[in-house]
Write a new protein. Structure first.
Length: 613
């Protein structure tokens, strides 16, 4: 984000996030951080009175109680715009950039801005190729900011970043699309759209290993306007599109950055639209798109600005055909513009239900509630729930990253007419239950998700919308039951828990601790892909651990090999921890039988396991 303007003292200033890093949150306010909400999260329903106080969407997601009265609740009725949403606040008023800056031309002089930023993402097939952005730029200084411009400087660096030479970013091309179009809408009036998109892509030829298919673009969806064109542009449009290669063409100071925002077509104090021609020579390009001028931003006034980052995956397209690429990029841009024109409202599947996974012996039990059935479609306002889908991901080889889309497959499709077969009669999570016992191996990781779908809207020409597994995915490990079978004869005691005692779900002991897999065989399905966390991907798990435990590993001869500390509060999963088969001397261990000793507050245990390499 770049924001530029001229002060009453005739100082030309630009506050730039890239590369100057001149915008920061208030580090002395711990509440000013990145906030995330998603569809299905309590308090994340838009246009809804989430907690029955008669107010709708009155509490922004910012960690502060924004209700008209102090109800002591925070972010409980913030009204999530999309199926995933982020929000943060930052300022240009700090001088961190000046601390180690030895170039006087690069010193930062603040305009005095506070920026509230929100970003929006949807999962529907028609809406998942862009990210919507909303900015509220407030002048918190005591001076008027004259002839202000707002823009994005983008250095996409399209290519394969993994290539050893590190030069994947030196062969890009940039271009600009401007087109007016009319969209025929089923059951309604036609929509007239004016589209302006700047995009960057990897050039053809060169190193094939570096070639990347995708395109990345930015477009303006809306901003403060003045229909008379006096205080702001008459309509939403890109005022300047600039494209330049790195090095000597990079602007050096605020005056040069402001000229990039303003463009070069200025005559007698009036600056007309400036659009650079398409780049035909591959290089390391940057792009800048700007809107303005906004004649005066008074102290306390706020400038509204909306944009979208638009992506294109040209699989199945002739990427060398510029017209084909252009038309598909416009298709994605049209989807972004239409959602914005509907006040950021898209047809979407019902939100996912609240879900819980219960691991068992060679089985996983999935339980969920009926939240999806009680939520109205944001576009039609109808209760259009049609059914649930249960998804599973296997063959997942890296614990530090989510499984790819290709790893997921459908294991149950439950139409609403069939729900009685899965209804337990309970309320909340547990109302519906599905048991997966197909090829479930103890100790192995599995991902599950329950999504919902609707019936579509024939009047609007909208097909059924299906939720995506990424909305509700959870990780679980199948395991032996941690509790023993009880004797037929039992004693019954009356327990008085009225004093506020908490009854735990199960009593943790060390009796059921064991190692999986045992024996460990190298290069079996158990191994994961290498990662920064585990360079080899090899490991064994100690499972069914108490909440805190020390695990000491020895050779059969009694030599100390490794010591592991398990703490449920910091472990990825409460009852397990892994060993990467590397000794305390940072050497990979050899084949053999090893002993382990579990020490905890609830007891001790000694066991053994084998490694076969």
């Amino acid at each position: 984000l770049w924001v530029g303007g001229v002060t009453d003292d005739n100082d030309t200033l630009v506050s730039a996030a890239v590369y100057q890093s001149e915008m920061w949150p208030d580090f002395f306010n711990p509440l000013e951080t990145m906030y995330n909400t998603w569809e299905g999260r309590p308090g994340g329903l838009r246009n809804t009175d989430d907690h029955g106080d008669g107010e709708i969407d009155e509490d922004e997601i910012d960690g502060v109680n924004n209700d008209p009265w102090n109800d002591t609740r925070i972010d409980e009725d913030h009204g999530a715009i999309s199926q995933q949403m982020f929000r943060c606040t930052y300022y240009d008023t700090t001088n961190f950039f000046n601390i180690n800056n030895t170039n006087p031309r690069q010193l930062h002089f603040p305009l005095g801005l506070k920026i509230d930023q929100e970003s929006y993402q949807w999962v529907g097939a028609a809406w998942d190729d862009f990210v919507g952005m909303d900015f509220k730029i407030e002048n918190i200084s005591e001076e008027i900011i004259n002839n202000a411009y707002v823009g994005f400087m983008i250095d996409s660096d399209v290519g394969d970043f993994r290539i050893a030479e590190g030069s994947f970013y030196t062969d890009d091309l940039s271009n600009f699309i401007s087109q007016d179009t009319t969209i025929q809408v089923a059951g309604g009036e036609d929509e007239e759209l004016s589209l302006n998109v700047a995009y960057m892509r990897d050039a053809e030829g060169g190193d094939d290993e570096d070639f990347a298919q995708g395109l990345f673009g930015v477009m303006f969806l809306g901003h403060t306007v003045d229909t008379l064109g006096i205080t702001a542009p008459e309509k939403t449009q890109i005022h300047a599109y600039r494209s330049w290669s790195s090095g000597e063409e990079d602007p050096e100071d605020d005056a040069e950055r402001y000229r990039y925002l303003r463009g070069n077509n200025c005559f007698g104090g009036v600056c007309l639209q400036h659009i650079d021609p398409p780049e035909t020579r591959a290089a390391d390009y940057r792009m800048l798109v700007s809107a303005g001028p906004f004649r005066e931003l008074l102290p306390g006034e706020t400038l509204d600005f909306q944009a979208a980052f638009v992506m294109l995956d040209p699989k199945g397209l002739d990427r060398n055909d510029e017209e084909v690429v252009r038309n598909q990029m416009l298709t994605n841009a049209i989807a972004a513009q239409r959602i914005f024109n509907r006040d950021w409202t898209a047809a979407s599947a019902p939100p996912p239900p609240n879900m819980e996974l219960i691991p068992g012996d060679h089985r996983i039990t999935i339980e969920w509630d009926d939240f999806s059935e009680l939520t109205r479609d944001p576009l039609s306002g109808k209760l259009d729930f049609q059914g649930y889908q249960v998804w599973k991901a296997t063959g997942w080889r890296r614990e530090t990253a989510d499984p790819s889309d290709e790893a997921w497959f459908l294991i149950a499709d439950i139409d609403k007419s069939e729900l009685s077969d899965f209804d337990t009669g309970a309320q909340g999570i547990g109302k519906y239950r599905f048991v997966d016992a197909t090829d479930v191996k103890n100790g192995f990781p599995y991902w599950y998700a329950v999504t919902a779908y609707d019936s579509g809207d024939d009047d609007e020409g909208i097909p059924p919308q299906f939720g995506k597994f990424s909305q509700s995915k959870q990780l679980v490990y199948a395991r032996f039951s941690p509790t023993r079978s009880l004797d037929d004869a039992v004693d019954v005691y009356e327990i008085d828990n009225s004093s506020g005692d908490v009854l735990s779900k199960e009593i943790r002991t060390v009796e059921n601790v064991h190692v999986v897999p045992n024996p460990y065989k190298q290069d079996a399905d158990w191994d994961e892909a290498d990662s920064n966390v585990n360079a080899t991907g090899r490991k064994v798990y100690f499972v069914n651990l108490p909440r805190r435990a020390t695990i000491t590993i020895y050779t059969l001869a009694g030599d100390l090999v490794q010591v592991l500390e398990h703490d449920y509060s910091s472990a990825p999963t409460e009852d397990r921890t892994y060993w990467n088969l590397v000794s305390r001397n940072n050497q990979e261990i050899v084949s053999g039988v090893y002993l382990y000793h579990i020490q905890s507050d609830v007891g001790e245990k000694v066991g053994r396991f084998a490694i076969i390499r």
